[in-house]
Design a protein around this ligand. Structure first.
Ligand SMILES: *Cc1c(COP(=O)(O)O)cnc(C)c1O
Length: 345
């Protein structure tokens, strides 16, 4: 990577091992169920999560909408966080494509939804109300800075869902970051969930693709909805080959990205004019804010950094979100800190 791109972990390029595997991948028609590499990826993903089956999809967004539509029929209600990706960042797809009513509850600063808020969103059986069938939880929670949710919390949500006869979908775009931060494995962390979507294309470096895991019955339904949405991809083994490396080799090293994020936040805390809370950096995201009386505003700082080949884009006037990943090494962080210090001091 010739630039130090801190905008997101989605900017990651595939590693050379991935490119090699893609070149050599055995392929077939996946819509016929005949792509051996896709089948292997789905099998290994399911195994890793302790679920019966997996389904390779084009993106995290597709994984979420396929899952939500497999759980909810038209006119049904899905409870989710107000800043959840499924609600805020997927073009309103539950309503647009599924005829599903999102019932939004506040996301707490630690990334959780309060159980009492979830409970209050569950409709009673009355013709006035949409029937509530699903709860969606996001781990790590992006809008709060990549907060990891604990296995104990997911278990409490799962218990509530079981008691109320609801399904639980986990948007685990960065579930491996959560598992590393929580010191557990993804099977334990997601055991109460009926379905999980995770991204191969973020910190795990694959060029594209996500996987949904769940029961055989759920994946059978999900496969039809993937087709409905145009997600049957034929010789997708080319992509799944990179996905297998993402799954097998790239998950454990995420602790390195968490360490660089923490080092970045701690360094920023020493720069005058920057507000940051290093103690909130639990995974690979750093939220920072420039003081209103700082020498530069966000746009100006971003422009200066671009001259140094550092890409960091402001969200709003003074706020930034920086995300660390495979291509960001400790030396890059030192360089970025030195430059930010130079421009703001
Ligand atoms: C990135 C992301 C998605 C969507 O993934 P895409 O592959 O970009 O469609 C869903 N949920 C969360 C929490 C994400 O961060």
């Amino acid at each position: 990577m010739d630039k130090i791109d801190l905008r997101s972990d989605t900017v990651t390029w595939p590693t050379s091992r991935m490119r090699q595997a893609m070149m050599e991948a055995e392929v077939g028609d996946d819509v016929y169920g005949e792509d051996p590499t896709v089948n292997e990826l789905e099998r290994r993903a399911a195994q890793k999560f302790g679920k019966e089956a997996g389904l390779f999809v084009a993106s995290g967004t597709m994984g979420n909408i396929v899952s939500i539509m497999a759980h909810c029929g038209r006119g049904e209600r899905a409870i989710m966080g107000h800043s959840a990706h499924t609600h805020a960042n997927e073009a309103g797809n539950p309503a647009v494509l599924g005829g599903i009513q999102p019932w939004v509850v506040p996301v707490q600063p630690d990334g959780t939804l309060l159980l009492e808020d979830i409970r209050a969103g569950i409709s009673s059986d009355d013709p006035h109300f949409p029937r509530t069938t699903l709860v969606c939880v996001e781990n790590t929670q992006g809008a709060t800075g990549g907060q990891p949710l604990s296995a104990a919390y997911i278990e409490r949500v799962g218990k509530l869902c079981r008691e109320q006869g609801l399904r639980l979908h986990l948007d685990g775009a960065r579930i491996f970051n959560a598992a590393v931060a929580e010191g557990t494995d993804v099977a334990t962390l997601t055991a109460p969930a009926d379905s999980i979507t995770f991204c191969l294309s973020k910190g795990l470096c694959a060029p594209a693709g996500s996987v949904i895991v769940g029961s055989d019955e759920f994946i059978y339904k999900a496969r039809r909805i993937r087709k409905l949405l145009g997600g049957g991809m034929r010789q997708a083994g080319i992509l799944a080959a990179a996905g297998l490396i993402a799954l097998e080799e790239m998950t454990e090293r995420l602790s390195e990205d968490h360490a660089t994020a923490r080092a970045f936040a701690e360094g920023l805390a020493h720069i005058p004019g920057v507000e940051v809370q290093p103690e909130r950096v639990k995974t690979n995201m750093v939220f920072l804010k420039l003081h209103a009386d700082s020498r530069l505003d966000g746009r100006m700082l971003s422009k200066k950094l671009e001259e140094d080949n550092i890409i960091l884009r402001p969200s709003g006037v003074y706020h930034f979100r920086a995300v660390t990943h495979y291509w960001i090494k400790p030396a890059h962080i030192d360089f970025v800190l030195e430059r930010i210090n130079r421009y703001l001091a």
